[in-house]
Design a protein around this ligand. Structure first.
Ligand SMILES: [Mn+2]
Length: 199
């Protein structure tokens, strides 16, 4: 596999975001989005996917966190798609049940080139600290759309909303890690009968 690295810069009237990532990294995370809880979640995404990620975002946080979270999802998704190129040699599929204390969350992924999010996660409170819980879905919707991945996330049970959010990020991180790993039985093949996994 050639180097799977990419940089994306994205500026609108609402946000200015730059992302650089290395899919074959060690999980080195450097997050500065201005949203503390979101930085903590992105640290999990990087650490447990082993994708090195550097994210800086300057968003209209005086309104709320929505644009910053969504647009960061877009930029990470775009960078991931760019880094993966034609997706040759990847494992493609993975699924996992991830436990954290009382919470269990399932993620399943197909690095298909077909963006799709199935989201079955409910929070029992609208906020974790100052962070809107509904933004967790917004992030993964943007990520799936722009990375060109099919992603299913289901929270099976859990009581603590911080844990529920965190297991979503960790579970997706772990399935990304597995699905993006080189398949040693077909390292030079695009794993599709169509011959293409580009969106
Ligand atoms: Mn935590």
């Amino acid at each position: 596999m050639s180097a799977r690295k990419a940089e994306v810069s994205r500026a609108t009237k609402e946000t200015e975001i730059s992302v650089s990532l290395d899919v074959d990294g060690t999980g080195r995370a450097d997050m500065a989005t201005g949203v503390g809880f979101f930085d903590h979640m992105l640290d999990q995404l990087s650490r447990h996917s082993l994708i090195d990620m550097r994210v800086t975002a300057k968003g209209d946080l005086h309104i709320d966190d929505h644009h910053t979270v969504e647009d960061t999802g877009i930029a990470i998704g775009q960078a991931l798609s760019k880094a993966l190129g034609e997706r040759r040699g990847i494992t493609r599929y993975a699924s996992l049940d991830l436990a954290m204390d009382e919470t269990l969350t399932r993620a399943a992924i197909d690095v298909s080139g077909r963006p799709f999010l199935v989201w079955d996660v409910k929070f029992s409170a609208p906020k974790i600290g100052t962070f809107d819980t509904e933004l967790v879905r917004e992030f993964f919707q943007a990520l799936a759309q722009h990375a060109g991945i099919t992603l299913h996330v289901t929270n099976l049970y859990g009581a603590n909303n911080h844990h529920i959010a965190e297991t979503c990020f960790k579970a997706v991180a772990r399935v990304l890690r597995t699905a993006l790993e080189s398949d040693p039985r077909q390292p030079d093949v695009v794993p599709s009968t169509k011959g293409s996994l580009k969106g």
